[in-house]
Design a protein around this ligand. Sequence first.
Ligand code: ADP
Length: 598
Amino acid sequence: MDVRSFSFARLCALLLACWPTLVCAGELRIGVLAWFGDQTAATQWQRLGAALQARLPDTMVQMAYHDMDGLEKALAAGELDFIITNPGHYVVLESRHRATRIATQKIEPDRDSEHAVGSAVIVPSERSDLQTLDDLRGKRIAATVPDGFSGWLTVWAELKRRDIDPEREEVTPVFAGLPMSRVLDKLESGEVDAGILRVCLLEHLVRQGRLPAGRYRVLSPQEPDAPCLRSTPTYPGWAFAAAVQTPDALARATLVALLLLDGRGDVLRWGVPADYHPVHAMLRDLQVDPYDFLREHRLEAQIRRYWPIGAGLLVLLLLWLFYTLRVEVLVQRRTRELSAALAARDEIEERMQTQREKMEHLSRLSVLGELSGTLAHELNQPLATIGNYARSLTRRMWTGKLSDDAVAQAAHEIAEQAERAAGILEGIRNFARKRASERKDCDAVKLVDEIVTLFRGMLPRAPEIHIEDRLPDEHRRVCVDRLQIQQVLLNLMKNAFDAHCAIGRAGEPIEILLAPAGERTKITVRDHGPGLADADGARLFEPFFTTKPDGMGLGLSICKGIVEAHAGQLAAAPPDDGHGLCLSFTLPCAATPHHDAT
Ligand code: ADP
């Protein structure tokens, strides 16, 4: 006999005939996955139960119908010897409960069956924009349930292979629920662009006249010439699997009985167990049950791998935060301290400024006081002249010699003398007034002239004062506090006059020289007095240093402060020729030359 012609079924029949003792007496409990509820499933599968019962007369065959969870629970509880379920669910139970397939259901390739494996993605024929599965990017696609194997799962795997990932929202699944006709409803309503049907259902509906032929088209058919078009690869059919505790003898007997079934219909068509590796590969690729741990695993693995770096970064972040906070606190504290110090310094400076102004004022009054010892005499002269003219006019009136010319001349003289006296008093009042410091552009020579006039006006026998102007135009104008600089000049002139008086030569002229000194204007007051003893030179500008019996010793120290406030220097030096002393200081020139009334 040709070995190859000896069919597998015949071998099994022989085995069954020869080994009746293998069939165990007792119960044979089969759990079946019921998609549409127990009733529908019982109607479908009772033929299988009856056929097996006929083959295994000594065994009580019991069929139980469950949904996915119920089937798994019953299997885990040891309530079942065998399970019948779809390929996706089988690999879950295989990996979780060590169920072992002993047979795989066979479906006729051109027949619609609830148990057909594989999916067709259909679109309305008029949708010319949808030709292949790649065109579904960004579209909505209807399916029954998320864990339908001949439905969403196989199509999801196919889309993923084409780099269209629903998890990146590159296609939107819309789950219509069971039965599958709901998918068609969604398509008809235009709610979705495409729908997923199990393989052969479309052809079956058309054959039955429930759908017009050509109404829908299958996208990316894998075998265009096959009687039923599918958009996904072929996967093995439903599995008939033994529970882990099922005795080998019972499994063998059941397998032989299954293989020998010869009735019509899917439920009675079983073959040798298929390779479910493609199902595993597909579910692993999708990372869904039983491979959903890969998602967590991926995250866990990343955490395990990178945690030292993460921890390091966290520590660095904390250190940085701590450092930033500390710096912030320190900066705020320092800022507060600095602000307080600045405020204190401003307050002290303000107080010093007030004191300085008071001192300067007192000093001016002091100089005026010293100079105006003879002021009464000086004012006496114009007053006496005014009195003389007035008396002369009265006398002439009584003697009848009062002419118009005489009246006019007397009035003129009286007015002139009165103006002179008023001028002296105005100069003194201006000089003596108390006011805050202010700097303005002014003409250096005019400034000197004014104070010289005041100085001479206050002394009865004022000495000659020679002013020598060597200033070029750009050094003429200075930016100064006019009154302060005049105070300096008045002090220097008074000291020069005192120096002359000290050697009994009060009438000796004083010289004032105005000359450029770099970018500044230099003013020098020179006298012909005794000059300075060496020891005095070092102490000249110290406050309260004086060699005069009635001196205060404040004049030069105040002058020095004023000149330095103008960024200049006050210096004493012996003249190049002859006796005496030169006191000079520099002043800042005005930025741009211009004219004012001063
Ligand atoms: P005071 O005039 O009240 O003494 P100053 O500060 O103006 O105060 O002068 C301080 C001292 O400097 C004077 O007492 C004097 O000894 C000396 N001094 C100032 N100017 C001259 C000068 N032109 N010639 C000689 N000595 C001078």
